[in-house]
Design a protein around this ligand. Structure first.
Ligand code: PXP
Length: 236
Protein backbone atom coordinates (compact mmCIF):
# COMPACT_ATOMS: atom_id res chain seq x y z
CA UNK A 1 0.00 0.00 0.00
CA UNK A 2 1.61 3.25 -1.03
CA UNK A 3 1.09 6.56 0.74
CA UNK A 4 0.92 9.73 -1.31
CA UNK A 5 1.17 12.80 0.88
CA UNK A 6 -0.65 15.91 -0.28
CA UNK A 7 1.23 19.05 0.78
CA UNK A 8 -1.36 21.63 -0.36
CA UNK A 9 -2.15 22.71 3.16
CA UNK A 10 1.42 23.59 3.94
CA UNK A 11 1.02 26.05 1.07
CA UNK A 12 -2.32 27.17 2.57
CA UNK A 13 -0.50 28.32 5.71
CA UNK A 14 2.17 30.06 3.64
CA UNK A 15 -0.43 31.83 1.51
CA UNK A 16 -2.11 33.17 4.65
CA UNK A 17 0.78 35.66 4.69
CA UNK A 18 1.82 35.37 1.03
CA UNK A 19 5.35 34.83 2.29
CA UNK A 20 7.96 32.13 1.91
CA UNK A 21 7.16 29.88 4.86
CA UNK A 22 6.25 27.16 5.49
CA UNK A 23 7.50 25.84 2.17
CA UNK A 24 5.59 22.84 0.76
CA UNK A 25 8.76 21.79 -1.04
CA UNK A 26 10.60 21.43 2.28
CA UNK A 27 7.54 19.67 3.73
CA UNK A 28 7.63 17.23 0.82
CA UNK A 29 11.29 16.44 1.50
CA UNK A 30 10.49 15.74 5.16
CA UNK A 31 7.45 13.65 4.19
CA UNK A 32 9.70 11.51 2.03
CA UNK A 33 12.15 11.12 4.92
CA UNK A 34 9.15 9.97 6.98
CA UNK A 35 8.35 7.27 4.41
CA UNK A 36 5.96 8.92 1.92
CA UNK A 37 5.94 6.98 -1.33
CA UNK A 38 4.83 9.99 -3.29
CA UNK A 39 3.90 13.64 -3.09
CA UNK A 40 0.70 15.20 -4.38
CA UNK A 41 0.10 18.84 -5.10
CA UNK A 42 -3.12 20.38 -6.41
CA UNK A 43 -2.45 23.40 -8.58
CA UNK A 44 -5.80 25.14 -8.56
CA UNK A 45 -6.92 27.62 -11.18
CA UNK A 46 -7.22 30.31 -8.48
CA UNK A 47 -3.76 29.42 -7.02
CA UNK A 48 -5.22 29.61 -3.51
CA UNK A 49 -2.53 27.34 -2.08
CA UNK A 50 0.03 25.73 -4.39
CA UNK A 51 1.87 28.03 -6.78
CA UNK A 52 3.47 27.22 -10.12
CA UNK A 53 6.89 27.50 -8.53
CA UNK A 54 6.00 24.76 -6.02
CA UNK A 55 5.14 22.33 -8.79
CA UNK A 56 8.34 23.12 -10.69
CA UNK A 57 10.52 22.68 -7.62
CA UNK A 58 8.73 19.51 -6.56
CA UNK A 59 9.39 18.08 -10.03
CA UNK A 60 13.07 18.71 -9.46
CA UNK A 61 13.25 17.47 -5.89
CA UNK A 62 10.74 14.63 -5.41
CA UNK A 63 12.67 11.42 -5.97
CA UNK A 64 9.55 9.27 -5.79
CA UNK A 65 6.14 9.73 -7.43
CA UNK A 66 4.97 13.28 -8.09
CA UNK A 67 1.21 13.36 -8.57
CA UNK A 68 -0.17 16.59 -10.01
CA UNK A 69 -3.80 17.07 -9.15
CA UNK A 70 -5.55 19.41 -11.55
CA UNK A 71 -8.72 20.34 -13.35
CA UNK A 72 -9.01 19.28 -16.98
CA UNK A 73 -8.41 22.76 -18.36
CA UNK A 74 -6.23 23.92 -21.23
CA UNK A 75 -3.92 25.85 -18.90
CA UNK A 76 -3.38 22.88 -16.57
CA UNK A 77 -2.77 20.46 -19.42
CA UNK A 78 -0.13 22.84 -20.78
CA UNK A 79 1.55 23.01 -17.37
CA UNK A 80 1.46 19.23 -16.96
CA UNK A 81 2.96 18.72 -20.40
CA UNK A 82 5.75 21.11 -19.51
CA UNK A 83 6.48 19.80 -16.01
CA UNK A 84 5.84 16.12 -16.68
CA UNK A 85 4.73 14.81 -13.29
CA UNK A 86 4.84 11.05 -12.78
CA UNK A 87 1.06 11.03 -12.90
CA UNK A 88 -1.87 13.42 -13.13
CA UNK A 89 -5.08 13.09 -11.16
CA UNK A 90 -7.96 14.91 -12.80
CA UNK A 91 -10.35 16.46 -10.32
CA UNK A 92 -13.40 18.71 -10.58
CA UNK A 93 -12.83 22.26 -9.41
CA UNK A 94 -15.24 24.89 -8.21
CA UNK A 95 -14.01 28.27 -7.07
CA UNK A 96 -16.34 28.46 -4.07
CA UNK A 97 -15.53 25.04 -2.62
CA UNK A 98 -13.34 24.63 0.46
CA UNK A 99 -11.82 21.47 -0.99
CA UNK A 100 -12.60 19.04 -3.83
CA UNK A 101 -16.16 18.23 -2.89
CA UNK A 102 -17.18 15.39 -5.18
CA UNK A 103 -15.81 13.14 -7.85
CA UNK A 104 -15.58 14.06 -11.52
CA UNK A 105 -18.73 14.14 -13.60
CA UNK A 106 -17.26 11.48 -15.87
CA UNK A 107 -20.59 10.81 -17.56
CA UNK A 108 -21.40 14.41 -18.42
CA UNK A 109 -17.81 15.25 -19.34
CA UNK A 110 -16.80 11.99 -20.91
CA UNK A 111 -15.68 13.46 -24.23
CA UNK A 112 -13.68 16.26 -22.67
CA UNK A 113 -12.03 13.92 -20.15
CA UNK A 114 -11.21 11.43 -22.88
CA UNK A 115 -9.54 14.18 -24.95
CA UNK A 116 -7.60 15.36 -21.89
CA UNK A 117 -6.46 11.82 -21.06
CA UNK A 118 -5.25 11.44 -24.63
CA UNK A 119 -3.27 14.69 -24.55
CA UNK A 120 -1.59 13.67 -21.30
CA UNK A 121 -0.90 10.18 -22.61
CA UNK A 122 0.68 11.69 -25.73
CA UNK A 123 3.13 13.36 -23.33
CA UNK A 124 3.75 10.05 -21.59
CA UNK A 125 1.87 10.95 -18.39
CA UNK A 126 -0.33 8.29 -16.73
CA UNK A 127 -3.75 9.58 -15.68
CA UNK A 128 -5.97 8.87 -12.71
CA UNK A 129 -9.58 10.10 -12.39
CA UNK A 130 -10.98 11.12 -9.02
CA UNK A 131 -14.44 9.58 -8.99
CA UNK A 132 -17.31 8.78 -6.69
CA UNK A 133 -17.68 5.09 -5.73
CA UNK A 134 -20.33 4.36 -8.36
CA UNK A 135 -20.24 1.47 -10.84
CA UNK A 136 -21.28 3.60 -13.77
CA UNK A 137 -18.50 6.12 -13.08
CA UNK A 138 -15.93 3.32 -13.03
CA UNK A 139 -17.15 1.92 -16.34
CA UNK A 140 -17.10 5.34 -17.97
CA UNK A 141 -13.63 6.04 -16.52
CA UNK A 142 -12.36 2.95 -18.29
CA UNK A 143 -13.90 4.20 -21.54
CA UNK A 144 -12.00 7.48 -21.27
CA UNK A 145 -8.71 5.57 -21.48
CA UNK A 146 -7.59 6.54 -17.96
CA UNK A 147 -5.05 4.25 -16.31
CA UNK A 148 -6.25 4.60 -12.74
CA UNK A 149 -9.08 5.83 -10.60
CA UNK A 150 -8.97 7.40 -7.18
CA UNK A 151 -12.10 6.44 -5.30
CA UNK A 152 -13.53 9.37 -3.33
CA UNK A 153 -13.63 8.41 0.35
CA UNK A 154 -15.21 11.70 1.46
CA UNK A 155 -18.64 10.29 2.26
CA UNK A 156 -17.06 7.42 4.19
CA UNK A 157 -14.85 9.84 6.10
CA UNK A 158 -17.64 12.26 6.91
CA UNK A 159 -20.06 9.64 8.25
CA UNK A 160 -20.33 7.55 11.36
CA UNK A 161 -21.81 4.24 12.54
CA UNK A 162 -24.09 2.35 10.15
CA UNK A 163 -23.82 4.96 7.44
CA UNK A 164 -20.04 4.75 7.55
CA UNK A 165 -20.21 0.99 7.19
CA UNK A 166 -22.37 1.25 4.10
CA UNK A 167 -20.10 3.94 2.62
CA UNK A 168 -17.14 1.64 3.25
CA UNK A 169 -18.92 -1.16 1.39
CA UNK A 170 -19.39 1.19 -1.57
CA UNK A 171 -15.65 1.90 -1.61
CA UNK A 172 -14.86 -1.83 -1.37
CA UNK A 173 -17.20 -2.59 -4.26
CA UNK A 174 -15.75 0.23 -6.34
CA UNK A 175 -12.22 -1.09 -5.83
CA UNK A 176 -13.32 -4.60 -6.81
CA UNK A 177 -14.99 -3.44 -10.00
CA UNK A 178 -12.08 -1.21 -10.95
CA UNK A 179 -9.68 -4.12 -10.61
CA UNK A 180 -11.98 -6.38 -12.57
CA UNK A 181 -12.14 -4.07 -15.57
CA UNK A 182 -8.43 -3.30 -15.53
CA UNK A 183 -8.23 0.05 -13.76
CA UNK A 184 -5.69 0.54 -10.99
CA UNK A 185 -7.58 1.70 -7.88
CA UNK A 186 -6.41 4.29 -5.37
CA UNK A 187 -8.46 6.04 -2.71
CA UNK A 188 -8.45 9.31 -0.88
CA UNK A 189 -10.12 12.35 0.65
CA UNK A 190 -10.92 12.95 4.28
CA UNK A 191 -8.84 10.02 5.53
CA UNK A 192 -7.29 10.52 8.92
CA UNK A 193 -5.56 8.67 11.77
CA UNK A 194 -8.89 7.39 13.08
CA UNK A 195 -10.67 6.21 9.94
CA UNK A 196 -7.82 5.08 7.68
CA UNK A 197 -7.39 1.49 8.85
CA UNK A 198 -10.62 0.15 7.37
CA UNK A 199 -9.74 1.64 3.97
CA UNK A 200 -6.13 0.48 4.15
CA UNK A 201 -7.42 -3.05 4.74
CA UNK A 202 -9.29 -3.15 1.41
CA UNK A 203 -7.71 -5.71 -0.90
CA UNK A 204 -6.68 -4.34 -4.25
CA UNK A 205 -6.05 -0.71 -3.39
CA UNK A 206 -2.72 0.45 -4.75
CA UNK A 207 -2.39 3.58 -2.66
CA UNK A 208 -3.96 6.19 -0.42
CA UNK A 209 -3.69 9.93 -0.99
CA UNK A 210 -3.86 11.87 2.23
CA UNK A 211 -3.28 15.54 2.95
CA UNK A 212 -5.16 17.53 5.54
CA UNK A 213 -4.88 15.14 8.48
CA UNK A 214 -1.16 14.57 7.97
CA UNK A 215 -0.41 18.28 7.66
CA UNK A 216 -2.59 18.92 10.72
CA UNK A 217 -0.67 16.37 12.76
CA UNK A 218 2.62 17.65 11.38
CA UNK A 219 1.85 21.09 12.78
CA UNK A 220 1.91 19.50 16.22
CA UNK A 221 4.42 16.66 15.98
CA UNK A 222 6.49 17.37 12.85
CA UNK A 223 6.18 16.13 9.27
CA UNK A 224 8.49 13.11 9.43
CA UNK A 225 6.78 11.73 12.49
CA UNK A 226 3.30 12.45 11.13
CA UNK A 227 4.07 10.51 7.95
CA UNK A 228 5.74 7.64 9.82
CA UNK A 229 2.68 7.28 12.06
CA UNK A 230 0.37 7.17 9.05
CA UNK A 231 2.60 4.64 7.24
CA UNK A 232 2.46 2.42 10.30
CA UNK A 233 -1.37 2.52 10.25
CA UNK A 234 -1.76 1.62 6.58
CA UNK A 235 0.86 -1.15 6.61
CA UNK A 236 -0.65 -4.47 5.68
N1 PXP B 1 -7.37 13.09 -3.30
C1 PXP B 1 -7.90 14.11 -4.00
C2 PXP B 1 -8.26 13.86 -5.41
C3 PXP B 1 -8.08 15.38 -3.43
O1 PXP B 1 -8.62 16.39 -4.15
C4 PXP B 1 -7.66 15.58 -2.10
C5 PXP B 1 -7.79 16.94 -1.49
O2 PXP B 1 -6.99 17.84 -2.14
C6 PXP B 1 -7.10 14.50 -1.42
C7 PXP B 1 -6.99 13.27 -2.02
C8 PXP B 1 -6.61 14.64 -0.01
O3 PXP B 1 -7.71 14.87 0.79
P1 PXP B 1 -7.46 15.26 2.32
O4 PXP B 1 -6.73 16.55 2.31
O5 PXP B 1 -8.84 15.34 2.88
O6 PXP B 1 -6.65 14.14 2.91
Amino acid sequence: MILGVNVDHVATVRQARRGFEPDPVTAAALAILGGADGITIHLREDRRHAQDRDVRLLRETVPTELNLEMAATKEMVRIAMEIKPDMVTLVPEKRQELTTEGGLDVIGQKRHIKDTVKKLHDSGIPVSLFINPQIIDIDVSKETGADMVEIHTGLYSDSKGKRQKSELLRVIEAVKISEKIGLVANAGHGLNYYNVKQVAAIEGIRGLYIGHSIVSRAVLVGMERAVREMKELIKR
